[in-house]
Design a protein around this ligand. Structure first.
Ligand code: XIL
Length: 461
């Protein structure tokens, strides 16, 4: 794979380094030896994830699994983000629609994609009053307690060791001035102690995951955030396991970025927890929207325990608040002014090389899984030309010996003698303009082995 691990800053080719170094005028000439010395200063990153990584943070997005079959969606996701949250696929109604019957297929696809790209994962969410299946609402207190702990345990064990932070409890406080807990089956039947119990159960189920409390309208200091603050302070004082607080940060003109946003993040951090911006979206457009995004990113950068930012979707067209165009990419995946503001705030370089690593052969390949059934899955390989046009390409896909590729489309395959290595070339004219992409697909019969196919390098003609 040519894709760098998403957590490491990109390593541009020496040519890209030289080009930028020349452009930045940081080349010194050692005249006596006739040697050109490049400045050792860090290269500006060109994506959200890579620039956040250079600040010691992640930059993530909510992902909708049913959009992964759209190649522009997946290309933008894979290129820009180094952390992912399932937008709906890991909520209680999705994972345990009937009591004791867990459905992990779709969430597994999310995990496979994110981990296949080297992304960090936020788990969202274990205990929440919303998107809760009907059966939970009809339980008595004893059954509800058992069901809550069982849900936390089963889900966390499924992804044990693979989740960086889990939203253990989401939105348990009321809006407004009361500072009270929000009515829910958990609150009504189990009382305030349900939150503590959920965190203790979660710690036992996956000790490696950071455990977060997550909420909205807690972004500035107000009655609701004060109530959460008091709970976190109490948890820390009594040794209840909590590691992080998530601030959803859904903003619009009625609910703008509060002026004490940074100060509020800092007071939570001072309790000894990490703080994370977990569902950022800001309705608006143009410069005003860009300025609000910049304010949020700068606030996080100024709080050392603010270790990452997640925006709530890749593109405006699939946002849960699409009419407010609240995200960083428009419906055609163009970068908005807000994108540039975020990238610059993170120390990145706008307008950078769109292909960070064209590879020696002048093209690069990336893999993603687009569909999965009980016995097989579909894979897709995206071929991208480097900085020059190419007239043809060749790449290989290797499957494990148990697996069989049963069908292919949009390419001409040949096979090695083992039948495990498929060499793919374009169907007919394989011309691609500089930076342009094409893709081919195939179905893999798993035969019990669900490992991801391995890609060889890409060679261009
Ligand atoms: C939203 C999703 O974006 C929608 O697709 C879904 O219909 C409803 O939930 N707070 C949360 C998120 O914690 O899980 C919500 O996500 C948005 C508000």
């Amino acid at each position: 794979m040519n894709e760098p691990s998403r957590f490491r800053p990109e390593r541009p080719t020496w040519r890209a380094r030289l080009r930028r170094a020349l452009a930045m005028g940081v080349v010194g000439i050692l005249a006596s030896a006739g040697v050109v010395i490049l400045s050792g200063t860090a290269e500006a990153a060109t994506t959200l994830g890579a620039s956040a990584a250079e600040q010691g943070r992640y930059f993530g997005t909510a992902v909708a699994v049913n959009r992964l079959s759209e190649s522009d969606y997946t290309a933008t996701l894979n290129r820009e983000f180094n952390s992912a949250t399932a937008e709906n696929e890991m909520k209680w109604d999705a994972l345990e629609p009937q009591r004791g019957s867990f459905q992990f297929d779709t969430a597994d696809r999310f995990m496979n994609h994110a981990r296949g790209q080297g992304m960090d994962v936020r788990g969202h969410t274990l205990v929440w009053h919303s998107q809760l299946p009907g059966w939970v609402n009809s339980l008595g207190a004893g059954d509800l307690r058992t069901a809550m702990n069982n849900h936390i345990t089963r889900v966390m064990q499924q992804y044990r060791g693979q989740i960086d932070s889990w939203d253990v409890v989401n939105e348990a406080f009321q809006d407004g001035s009361s500072g009270a807990r929000r009515p829910s089956p958990f609150q009504n039947l189990l009382g305030n102690g349900f939150i503590e119990e959920a965190f203790r159960t979660a710690r036992a189920a996956d000790p490696a995951a950071k455990l977060c409390y997550n909420d909205y309208n807690t972004d500035g200091q107000n009655a609701k955030s004060n109530a959460v603050y008091n709970m976190v302070r109490d948890f820390k004082a009594r040794g209840v396991p909590i590691d992080c607080v998530g601030f959803q940060s859904h903003f619009n003109s009625q609910s703008p970025v509060p002026s004490d946003y940074r100060a509020n993040l800092q007071r939570f951090a001072d309790l000894g927890v990490d703080v994370q911006i977990t569902e950022l979206d800001i309705e608006g457009s143009g410069t005003a929207q860009a300025n609000s995004y910049r304010t949020v990113v700068n606030a996080c950068l100024q709080v050392s325990r603010c270790n990452g930012i997640t925006v709530w979707g890749v593109t405006d067209k699939y946002s849960w608040r699409a009419s407010g165009t609240p995200l960083l990419f428009d419906g055609n995946y163009n970068k908005k002014p807000a994108y540039t503001a975020v990238l610059e705030a993170l120390g990145g370089e706008p307008g950078g090389d769109p292909d960070p690593d064209p590879g020696t052969g002048g093209c690069s390949v990336t893999y993603d899984e687009t569909d999965r059934w009980g016995d097989r899955f579909n894979g897709r390989v995206t071929v991208r030309a480097g900085s020059s046009a190419i007239s043809g390409w060749t790449t290989t896909v290797t499957v494990s010996s148990a697996q069989d590729i049963s069908t292919t489309w949009n390419g001409s395959p040949t096979w090695d003698s083992s039948g495990n290595v498929m060499t793919m070339r374009p169907n007919g004219n394989g011309g691609l303009a500089a930076g342009a992409t094409t893709s081919f697909g195939f179905t893999v019969m798993a035969n019990g082995d669900w490992s991801q196919p391995r890609l060889g390098g890409c060679t261009a003609a």
